[in-house]
Design a protein around this ligand. Sequence first.
Ligand SMILES: Nc1ncnc2c1ncn2[C@@H]1O[C@H](COP(=O)(O)OP(=O)(O)OP(=O)(O)O)[C@@H](O)[C@H]1O
Length: 210
Amino acid sequence: MNIRLEHACKRYGEKDVLNDFNHSFPSHGVVWISGASGCGKTTLLTCIAGAEKLDSGSISIPDSRKIVCLFQEDRLLPWETVLGNVAIPLSGHRREVEDKAAFWLERVGLGGELSSYPSRLSGGMKRRVAIARMLAYGGDIYLLDEPFAPLDRRLRDSIWELFMEQCGNALVIVVSHGASDLAMGQTHVTMLTATGLPLRIQEIPEIPHP
Ligand SMILES: Nc1ncnc2c1ncn2[C@@H]1O[C@H](COP(=O)(O)OP(=O)(O)OP(=O)(O)O)[C@@H](O)[C@H]1O
């Protein structure tokens, strides 16, 4: 079973964001969702994540698949070190957990910051801690909201390669203001959300290996 939205409606106060929104996502690959600021990309993602409830309609989510989210805000715990932030959702013996957290922090280029606190990090570094936490935890469905916003081109490319290396048979849904180079030439659907702004959904069926 795939993720499927049927007649989904979501409003904030008087503002309709999704109104009778229908879409079926594939079981794996990359789905790139783009559109102007305010068109409803984050609303769609947070409803899929279950962090917001629809007002009406339904979202079917396969029970068997583990969903992990990267929200626009990094949601780091200020009283935990970088290592502690990545280790928190992991289970196992302390030593194993810390080794795993350190491994992923190394992979995102933060091996030298294990004992730093989030307040000492730049925006791009905080983002990479959140990405390391998500990759260390792992999942079958990745929901990524503007994953690269604070990263420069070089970091964006290397982090994307890391995603692709890790995500094998996963479904990766990426929300971004801009269209992806990856999605060039791929078919797309464009839907008007209730905000009146178009939202573009492109599917990249095979996760390209770096
Ligand atoms: N918690 C909220 N309370 C009230 N209105 C909200 C809330 N979250 C979103 N909205 C409104 O819903 C609309 C869609 O917002 P959303 O964040 O989904 O857009 P977006 O396409 O992700 O924008 P951006 O690219 O700027 O993040 C906007 O008009 C926004 O003001």
